[in-house]
Design a protein around this ligand. Structure first.
Ligand code: NAD
Length: 467
């Protein structure tokens, strides 16, 4: 087997995490990015994203000489590079819903200018079906002598858990059209296979589609449970109980059955839109995916309305604290975060909005208009009429709710993630609004305890308030 020399082009979430993890597995990796400031920072030990464990992993592998950073692709002409990864962004294309592949193709063109001998090019960026064919033809057109394999190796890591996901993946998907490509990826991932990771080989087009189909399925699950949550509110059932009961069916599984304010982030929205475009280009209707996307758009729009309803239909002059801004916890990524639409609508409604996020405030500043950024959750809530919890950051679990209530002017708590135990909110004197359950003022049935004891509890003195 033996370790390999790799170039990873694009040093964002995927490129940097992949590069650092490949180095950790023993390969020699050069991470490349055309953003000079990013590379200068990385050389000085500054990690441009917040990702738990990444800083230490980068520092360790730089120190032992397995990881380095460059602004230019180089070294492709002496045959020492075993594989070049393309991990640049594939954002939505301006004007339509397809993926903008200009960065991917620009890298392919640079590779074609420089490469000679042999090279395996691996697309890790999420690219629509057929993009690998285009990468191959761009390179072959300029470098016909090059012994080239173009492989698709989509990445499934989640921001916030990226290193764990990379090191212990559910599966590693490899789409290759020849043995050279297949064998290179087999060698590359040998250390992970030894730890039990499954390597799944298929044709290149299939691999490209696996990534989109996986994201579309997860999006469908999210939109599905969010709609069931709406029904729970209407019929006075609790989405937590319903989702648990549904998710314990092994055919369904409990992951991605957490109701909330709608999905966001850098991948789901753009990948689902790109998948629809691919399907339309090929004359295929993906009605389920389309509905899941539309349901999510609608959901994000109505989240602020829930807050306004919780405030009695009017927020003009109210002081509202928003806790959590990033699209999910453990990331600083604000792309398509539901908080953006919520804050915007509350401001338009005339509220004074104060916000706090443990990691995302630098990224949020350019996206949120006239809001006050606060140093802590507690200071954010000072003299607020209402708290909106928009991201499930673990640190909010240890908030001193009694102290929080004392610092506030009002008592309305809208937990859009159902993060905080409703009993604790009620005990602290809050009117507790959540997702997929009716707002509560007091005294619930002690079902959690009853479940723990595996026995039915008598109903408690709860009062329900329609949202
Ligand atoms: P990102 O925006 O964080 O990083 C992309 C990097 O590529 C940037 O640093 C940019 O400067 C660099 N770049 C762009 N063009 C370049 C070029 N020609 N030469 C050198 N560098 C260049 O993006 P990301 O989140 O890492 O996503 C990369 C790809 O991986 C996308 O296709 C995305 O859909 C996919 N992906 C992302 C995630 C995720 O959680 N972020 C997960 C799986 C797959």
């Amino acid at each position: 087997m033996g370790f390999m020399k790799l170039l990873v082009v694009g040093s964002g979430y995927v490129g940097l995490v992949s590069g650092a993890c490949f180095a950790e597995l023993g390969h020699e990796v050069v991470c490349i990015d055309h953003d000079r400031a990013k590379i200068d920072g990385l050389r000085a030990g500054v990690i441009p994203i917040y990702e738990p464990g990444l800083e230490a992993m980068v520092a360790k592998n730089v120190a032992v000489g397995r990881l380095s950073f460059e602004t230019e692709i180089m070294g492709l002409d002496d045959g020492t590079v075993d594989a070049l990864f393309i991990a640049v962004g594939t954002p939505p294309r301006a004007g339509d819903r397809g993926a903008d592949l200009s960065s991917v193709f620009a890298v392919a063109a640079q590779v074609a200018e420089q490469a000679s001998g042999r090279l395996v090019v691996v697309t890790k960026s999420t690219v629509p079906v057929g993009a690998g064919d285009t990468v191959e033809s761009i390179i072959r057109a300029k470098a016909p002598e090059l012994r080239l394999s173009v492989v698709s190796n989509p990445e499934f890591l989640r921001e916030g858990e990226a290193i764990a996901d990379f090191m212990a993946p559910d599966r590693i998907v490899v789409g290759a059209e020849d043995d050279v490509g297949r064998q290179a990826l087999e060698r590359l991932y040998a250390p992970l296979r030894e730890r039990g990771a499954a390597l799944l080989f298929m044709r290149r087009r299939g691999a490209e589609l696996v990534k989109y189909a996986s994201n579309a399925f997860l999006v469908t699950k999210i939109s599905f449970i969010n709609e069931i949550a709406d029904l729970c509110e209407a019929v006075d059932a609790d989405i937590g109980e319903v989702a648990r009961g549904v998710g314990m069916d092994r055919r369904i599984g409990s992951a991605f059955l957490t109701a909330g304010p709608g999905y966001g982030g850098s991948c789901f929205p753009k990948d689902c839109a790109a998948l629809l475009t691919t399907a339309q280009d090929h004359g295929v209707d993906l009605r389920i995916v389309e509905s899941a996307i539309n349901a999510n758009h609608a959901r994000k729009r109505v989240m602020a309305r829930r807050v306004i309803n919780a405030m009695g239909g009017e927020v003009r002059g109210a002081r509202i604290a928003v806790l959590g801004l990033t699209f999910k916890a453990n990331t600083d990524d604000m792309r398509d975060a539901p908080s953006i639409a919520i804050v915007e609508s509350l401001r338009l409604g005339g509220a004074a909005v104060r916000v706090y996020d443990p990691r995302g405030m630098p990224q949020a500043r350019p996206l949120l208009g006239d809001v006050e950024f606060c140093e802590s959750a507690m200071s954010c809530c000072a003299r607020a009429d209402c708290v909106v919890l928009a991201t499930e950051w673990p640190e909010f679990l240890s908030l001193d709710l009694e102290a929080l209530a004392r610092t506030m002017r009002g008592r309305i708590f809208v937990d859009l993630r159902n993060l905080i135990d409703i009993e604790r909110l009620l005990a602290a004197g809050f009117i507790a609004h959540g997702i997929g359950r009716r707002a509560r003022l007091s005294g619930p049935p002690a079902l959690a305890a009853a479940n723990a004891e595996n026995a039915a509890a008598p109903p408690g003195p709860s009062r329900a308030v329609a949202l």
